[in-house]
Design a protein around this ligand. Structure first.
Ligand code: ADP
Length: 428
């Protein structure tokens, strides 16, 4: 901004000063004592400035007795600038107030219960839905939220301050419905807590999961019986010849169905409950080394394996599920690589993390499929997956097991070049 030194106010002040000074000098000349006239003039000028300042001060204090412009000259100009600034600030404050009122009105209209709490988790503000669902009242403002919502899981969740996953509450203040609780920090230690009613959604997902688990469980027994009879019939000499082939196929399909049911059951178990027992300290180097033979058996000697395993690497976790992660990824590398292909399996320590990697130079995966690979029954090539004994559930199981170990599956792949499936586990 360019600042003009000789503003209108300064010019007015100077003009007044020069004119009155000439007048004082003229009067001094008339009375014959210019110095006396100058002293009088100086006193008059200072008194006038003090008076103007006082008027200006009273105007700023705004007691209503002094109206703008409170004075003339430079002070009038300053007064004009101050009042212009004040008007613009008032306008800005009005806009801010309007926006905040609009936001509050929108939040009030939401069906989700919203509460804003301060640094010490004291209630600052809540919407209408919170008033109804959580039975909050204005008397609760300023009180700690946990004094009102005495739900131990909720209190623990707030204290832990790990809000990545929402908290699921099966009932709330006597309402027998499922709610998800999401917390976000928005200003210093202030938090916005949102209670969403997810009852219908949660129930239908639960019904679907239970149905799959129950159906898989119920189908297991009849399938075992059918498989048993088929195996007996294959062994019977009377069936040699024209029945041999259909019986072999029935046997193959019953095995496939059994592995599908087993995988569906383990997936349901992984989704609905925590891994059983306590995590233990596992020597993953030994665990992976013990899988070298079974990996070669999986490939029936058709692939070249290169195991590069760093010794004595430990992680905290669950042994059987981790074996399932390793075998699933190795089995996929075998099934999606041509015969004679290379497969590299690595285990190494880097920055306190145990890295597990399976690399193949097989068919690879086009970029558009990568994000969906861990969905249940997502297959790029249905026929190949089935022909190689795949169920379409392997990577979904891997994803869930790794999530239970606090980590995730990384995939990098290029169509026609090959793939690397990897994960990182915290070293113990
Ligand atoms: P499936 O039993 O069909 O192998 P998965 O869940 O293990 O099921 O894998 C899902 C899909 O991801 C597979 O059908 C396949 O298309 C693709 N896939 C998995 N691993 C690889 C790999 N190493 N190379 C190429 N494609 C793969």
């Amino acid at each position: 901004m360019k600042i003009k030194f000789l503003s209108a106010g300064v010019l007015r002040e100077l003009t007044w000063l020069v004119t009155t000074l000439w007048l004082a000098l003229f009067l001094g000349w008339l009375v014959g004592d210019i110095w006396l006239a100058l002293i009088f003039y100086f006193c008059f000028y200072v008194a006038r400035q003090i008076l103007s300042m006082r008027k200006f001060e009273l105007w700023l204090k705004g007691d209503g007795s002094v109206h703008y412009p409170p004075t003339s000259g430079l002070w009038a100009e300053v007064g004009h600038l101050v009042s212009r600034k004040q008007r613009s600030l008032e306008k800005h404050a009005d806009i801010q107030l309007y926006k905040s009122e609009q936001f509050k009105a929108a939040a009030m209209a939401l069906d989700d219960a919203i509460i804003s709490v301060g640094e010490k988790r004291q209630v600052e503000w809540f919407n209408q839905s919170a008033e109804q669902k959580l039975k909050l009242s204005h008397a609760d403002i300023g009180m700690k939220l946990e004094y009102h919502l005495r739900i131990s899981e909720f209190i623990q969740y707030l204290h832990d301050e790990n809000y990545e996953q929402p908290l699921i509450l099966k009932s709330l203040q006597g309402i027998p419905r499922t709610f998800s609780v999401e917390v976000s920090n928005y200003y210093k230690q202030h938090k916005l807590i949102i209670f969403k009613d997810i009852h219908e959604l949660y129930n239908s997902a639960q019904i679907r999961k239970d149905f799959i688990a129950n159906a898989s469980h119920e189908l297991r027994t009849p399938l075992t019986v059918i498989r048993g009879y088929v195996e007996t019939m294959i062994d019977m000499e009377a069936n040699e010849g024209r029945w041999q082939m259909p019986l072999e196929q029935m046997h193959q399909q019953s095995l496939r169905m059994q592995s599908l049911l087993n995988e569906l059951l383990s997936l349901s178990a992984l989704e609905s409950e925590a891994l059983v027992g306590k995590p233990e300290k596992i020597n993953v180097s030994e665990l992976l080394a013990s899988l070298t033979l079974s990996s070669e058996q999986l490939s029936s000697g058709q692939h070249q394996f290169n195991f590069d395993i760093e010794e004595s690497l430990f992680v905290e976790g669950f042994k059987t599920p981790l074996v399932s992660v390793f075998t699933n990824l190795i089995s996929n590398a075998v099934r999606y690589s041509p015969n004679g292909g290379n497969i590299a399996i690595r285990l190494y320590l880097k920055k306190g993390m145990v890295n597990f990697e399976v690399q193949d130079w097989g068919m690879g995966i086009a970029q558009e499929h990568l994000a969906r690979l861990t969905e249940r029954f997502y297959r790029i090539d249905d026929a190949r997956s089935r022909d190689t004994g795949g169920t379409g559930l392997g990577l979904a199981i891997v994803k869930h097991i790794l999530e239970r170990h606090g980590t995730s599956l990384n995939v990098s792949s290029q169509y026609g070049v090959g793939s690397v499936f990897s994960c990182q586990l915290t070293a113990a």
